[in-house]
Design a protein around this ligand. Structure first.
Ligand code: MIC
Ligand code: SF4
Length: 695
């Protein structure tokens, strides 16, 4: 039978289970990526597993998130990470070398390989033809130790690209259009595979923009074929020998894919599916107004795309730039792992060369890597940006994770990033549009939301043609290669006092009488649960970081979520979080499970829980439950007492369990949607205990 690229790579790496969509599979991992904000915990947990040396083909530890260095915490983490990398046989990308996904794409990602990263934007590597998946640090630690990674055998969503992008329209507009069709919801357990004649028109870095922000769809990963463009990119990186062609078999059929949507609330999405997908059918609405929308695959004609923007607070809130034209813009930031490649920044430099940033706008630019920054500085483009008034930010995540450049209150900030969750910039009630570098630079010049296609006539700026260089400036001096085993053993691990051993999970009891600490709405992201920004520095100190769990819901003068949870914990009462749809959307940060666990949270009960977060909850022995009937969500309030009996059996094998709300005297049924291995992990009290017991 004709196979997709996804099926080819996964079946070639299968070590457990069967290639049946929906079932659990274990795959061998070739490469891992960690970054400093999740990596410290990942390596501390790896140490707890007693593994003397990583067993992967390539593992790379990056420092790119925590670079602000207020106080000793960040530098303590960097030194720990550098020393543990040396000890365990891991490549170490030093601070200053760039954003993990950009550097990994330039220097390590390979077609046909599997890669697991402790960062949700690891799928960037799909732009080069690898199956690159984001996961919690503990899962990545297990993979570094040679263990398989367990995931759902995916349904593959085909995205056919036709035609060629017009001038001033960018790869970012492709993924924003896809977000308007598939949205951030209902894609769990799927992978996206691009195909069609339009693929060949996109250079590898443009593909990386699409696969990077594919994370926002909630799919496990996205992938492009490996073709001439891939070969050209690898050759320009001095890695021509790492190229292997990769395409889906002739005659492969994608889909059908079915999504559950609300006939009225999701009317615009249903319209988009009808416009952009093949073989669409919509069922009659059920009693709740829900319909099943089925389609074959998505078709995007690149030649008809236009500049798009995604507005706060969700990446799938898509508008055309034309609709928004004229809105006053006060801040523009170009960078992040989505849009900070050499081509992106050369386009920006060419557009502002000889001009000045609009007086009402502050423009920040963060080149993605040392390679990009070095090339821009050597060819003069950096000088053009500086001369135009851009503020150059070091090659790191920086403003994307709320480290600096928080916008003023009430102003519009345009960013080429991938996330616009409320408050992520560090400013409450922020208003962010996620856009392409083309749209960003247009606004930086005019001071307002501007369709970049108008620049040619209005400002006499021709759309810059930026070709891929035949040779990138390759210099890996900031990547320390692994030491040979005999030298590695002698390395002393540097542990500053701010690095605290993370707690491990507890075996759940058969009966649980707990209290609802929080009754939260839909789309609670990991940024709500565990804020980053200025608090990132506590990542390697769980007791300290846990003080800020659900900080956005804390009110002045009132006990915080952490105070309330710890008070319950002292009384021996487990904490319960109740939430709506898409709970835990966003990042891979396992602190969003680890810190609540430390505070005594034992159950999360939601309408739906996102993939990476669900796995993190299980890994830290928090039971994830979903309402069998979503209407039961309204029969619980914060402060209610919930009783759950028969947990041993539920964790072992049951599909459902009864939860009793003793405060309201009502019972309801909840789904226990756990893969077989997850049941064992929970029964063992978390992945760390499970791994210790099972080797
Ligand atoms: C993010 O973009 O939210 C992060 C910061 O890169 C996270 C990882 C983290 O929280 O450290 C992610 O995307 O996984
Ligand atoms: Fe860094 Fe932002 Fe990319 Fe996350 S999304 S890895 S914070 S640049």
């Amino acid at each position: 039978m004709a196979k997709t690229i996804v099926e080819k790579i996964l079946s070639g790496h299968l070590v457990d289970g069967e290639m049946r969509p929906g079932s659990e599979i274990g795959i061998r991992i070739d490469q891992t990526l960690t970054q400093d904000a999740t990596g410290t915990t990942a390596f501390l947990l790896l140490e707890a597993m007693d593994i003397p040396r990583v067993k992967t083909e390539t593992s790379v530890s990056y420092v790119d998130h925590n670079m602000a260095q207020f106080g000793p915490e960040n530098h303590n983490d960097h030194l720990y990470l550098q020393s543990i990398a040396k000890r365990l046989g891991v490549f170490f990308s030093r601070p200053g070398n760039g954003i993990c996904h950009q550097v990994h794409f330039e220097r390590f990602a390979r077609p046909g390989r599997t890669m697991l990263g402790s960062d949700s934007h690891t799928p960037t590597g799909g732009g080069i033809g690898s199956i690159a998946i984001g996961a919690g640090g503990l899962d990545v630690a297990v993979a570094m130790g040679g263990g398989a990674f367990y995931t759902t055998c995916p349904r593959v969503i085909g995205v056919e690209l036709k035609g060629k992008l017009p001038p001033w329209v960018a790869a970012k507009d492709i993924i924003l259009r896809l977000l308007s069709i598939l949205t951030t919801r209902g894609n769990v357990g799927c992978m996206v595979e691009y195909f069609g004649e339009g693929v060949a028109t996109l250079p590898a870095p443009a593909r990386a923009t699409c696969t990077n922000m594919g994370a926002e769809l909630g799919v496990t990963t996205s992938i492009f074929p490996a073709d001439e463009q891939t070969e050209k990119f690898l050759a320009a990186q001095g890695r021509a020998d790492q190229f292997t062609p990769l395409t889906a078999d002739e005659g492969v059929v994608y889909g059908p894919i079915t999504k559950k949507l609300h006939a009225e609330k999701d009317a615009a999405t249903i319209e988009n599916i009808k416009t952009y997908c093949t073989d669409v059918s919509v069922s009659a609405p059920d009693g709740e107004g829900m319909v099943e929308v089925t389609f074959g695959h998505v078709v995007i004609d690149l030649s008809t795309l236009e500049p798009l923007a995604s507005g706060s607070p969700s990446p799938d809130n898509i508008k055309t730039v034309v609709e928004l034209a004229g809105a006053k813009v006060r801040q523009v930031i170009i960078g992040s792992c989505t849009n900070s490649s050499y081509q992106d920044l050369m386009l920006v430099a060419a557009a502002i060369k000889g001009r000045t940033v609009h007086p009402d706008v502050e423009l920040g630019i963060a080149p993605g890597s040392k390679q990009v920054l070095t090339m821009l500085s050597r060819n003069g483009a950096l000088g053009d940006m500086i001369a135009a008034g851009a503020r150059i930010i070091e090659s790191s995540c920086g403003p994307c994770i709320g480290q600096g450049f928080s916008p003023a209150e009430g102003v519009l900030s345009l960013r080429t990033f991938n996330r616009n969750f409320a408050g992520r910039t560090g400013t409450k009630n922020d208003s962010v549009y996620l856009v392409s570098p083309e749209t960003a630079i247009a606004a930086a010049l005019t001071g307002e939301m501007t369709d970049p296609r108008t620049l040619t006539d209005a400002q006499n700026i021709a759309c810059p043609q930026i070709d891929m260089p035949s040779q990138f400036d390759v210099d890996d001096c900031m990547i320390q290669p692994p030491l040979p085993p005999e030298q590695a053993e002698a390395v002393e691990i540097v542990r500053g006092s701010t690095i605290v051993k993370p707690p491990s999970g507890e075996v759940p009891s058969d009966e649980l009488t707990g209290e609802v600490l929080l009754h939260a709405e839909d789309k609670i992201t990991t940024d709500h649960i565990m804020p980053a920004g200025a608090l990132l520095k506590y990542r390697s100190n769980v007791p300290e970081y846990a003080k800020y769990v659900f900080n956005c819901f804390n009110e002045d003068g009132q006990p915080t979520f952490a105070d309330r949870a710890l008070a319950l914990k002292q009384r021996g009462v487990p904490g319960i979080i109740v939430a709506g749809d898409s709970y835990g959307q966003g990042s891979s940060r396992e602190h969003a499970a680890l810190c609540p666990m430390y505070l005594g949270v034992r159950v999360v009960l939601a309408k739906a829980i996102e993939r990476i977060h669900q796995a993190n909850l299980v890994n830290f022995a928090i039971l994830p439950l979903t309402f069998a009937d979503p209407a039961d969500y309204d029969r619980i309030d914060a402060g209610d007492e919930l009783v759950i009996v028969g947990l041993d059996e539920a964790i072992e094998s049951a599909e459902t369990i009864t939860v009793k709300n003793t405060t309201k005297d009502v019972d309801f049924t909840c789904n226990v949607s756990l893969a077989p291995r997850q049941r064992k992990i929970l029964a063992a009290g978390g992945l760390l205990n499970y791994t210790r017991q099972n080797g």
